[in-house]
Design a protein around this ligand. Structure first.
Ligand code: OGA
Ligand code: MN
Length: 296
């Protein structure tokens, strides 16, 4: 296994070669990958033609899989293309056809185009995500990543102090609201309960590297002790800082790329592609985090 660092200036992202993810992998190799994820946050594996079973097997080396529970999706089980262990990040319906422009499931999926970190709207937020590009867009559809440790490091000391103990409320309702989608109109009172906002600290630390990062996402809609419009502006300003060019890696997908990222210390978003005329079949497995960061 060989690793080439992508953004050398900030030590963010790496391309891993000389490894075949369809094979059984040695404990030491997994440990090395895990260690590199803590340090580089994003790892790209090229030419990994894997099927669902192989993706699941490789994912499980890093912890427990977080299934598509009822609080992550508006798809009913008979509308799902993939097993419950997968997040379907494609633009395809159960018949492998692109979602119609006005389909609620398409609207909901467009939330991935906003800067976010996976499952920060869960009490125990996700650790890693693994995204496999089974079929990728010919034009566009890149995934962008931002290094939230470097973004933290570059804050003014006064801003670091201001955010040190801030508590934010995350929910899919808030991120979808940014797109003009009213989830209250989409689902029943009973269903909406699955999307209740959860509390997360705005600053967190990686236990291995001891580096602090900003735990930011478009899922934030409230900050404790702050007025609503101030919250939105505060989040927008912080987003602007965290997504400056110097903190970014933009992944241009080739078919059979597998990208793993650390949700604890990075943000990501998908970029535009023509989802009505192209097929983009990307499949995600998510590794659960180990603990709540803050009492709910
Ligand atoms: C995801 C995600 C963005 C993309 O899989 O969690 O946000 O480019 N994907 O598909
Ligand atoms: Mn995501």
């Amino acid at each position: 296994m060989r690793i080439e660092i992508l953004n050398k200036k900030i030590g963010f992202g790496g391309i891993v070669s000389n490894i075949d993810l369809t094979k059984d992998l040695d404990k030491n190799i997994i440990k090395k990958i895990d260690n590199e994820l803590n340090n580089l946050c994003v790892l790209v594996f090229k030419n990994q033609k894997i099927n669902d079973e192989q993706q699941l097997k490789f994912s499980k080396y890093f912890g427990e899989i977080e299934g598509a529970g009822k609080n992550t999706t508006i798809r009913k089980s008979n509308e799902r293309r993939l097993s419950d262990s997968f997040g379907d990040v494609s633009n395809l319906d159960v018949n492998n056809k692109p979602f119609k422009k006005t389909d609620n499931k398409r609207y909901f999926a467009l939330g991935n185009r906003l800067w976010h970190t996976d499952a920060s709207f869960k009490k125990v937020p996700a650790k890693y995500s693994l995204l496999s590009g089974r079929k990728v867009a010919k034009v566009g559809g890149e995934t962008q990543f931002s290094d939230m440790r470097s973004a933290y490091d570059k804050l003014l000391e006064s801003k670091k102090k201001q955010i040190e103990t801030m508590v934010c409320y995350h929910s899919l309702i808030y991120s979808r609201h940014r797109l003009g989608i009213d989830m209250h109109k989409m689902m029943s009172k009973e269903e909406i309960k699955n999307f209740e906002p959860v509390k997360q600290p705005l600053v967190r630390m990686n236990n291995l590297t001891k580096r602090k990062s900003i735990f930011l996402a478009s899922h934030i809609g409230e900050i404790e002790g702050m007025e609503k419009p101030d919250t939105i502006l505060f989040v927008n300003d912080l987003m602007e800082h965290c997504t400056k060019d110097m903190f970014l890696y933009t992944h241009q997908w080739d078919e059979n790329d597998l990208v793993i990222w650390d949700n604890r210390q990075s943000m990501h978003r998908g970029l535009y592609y023509d989802d009505q005329n192209e097929i983009r079949d990307v499949r995600r497995t998510t590794i659960s985090g180990s603990e709540m960061l803050i009492a709910q």
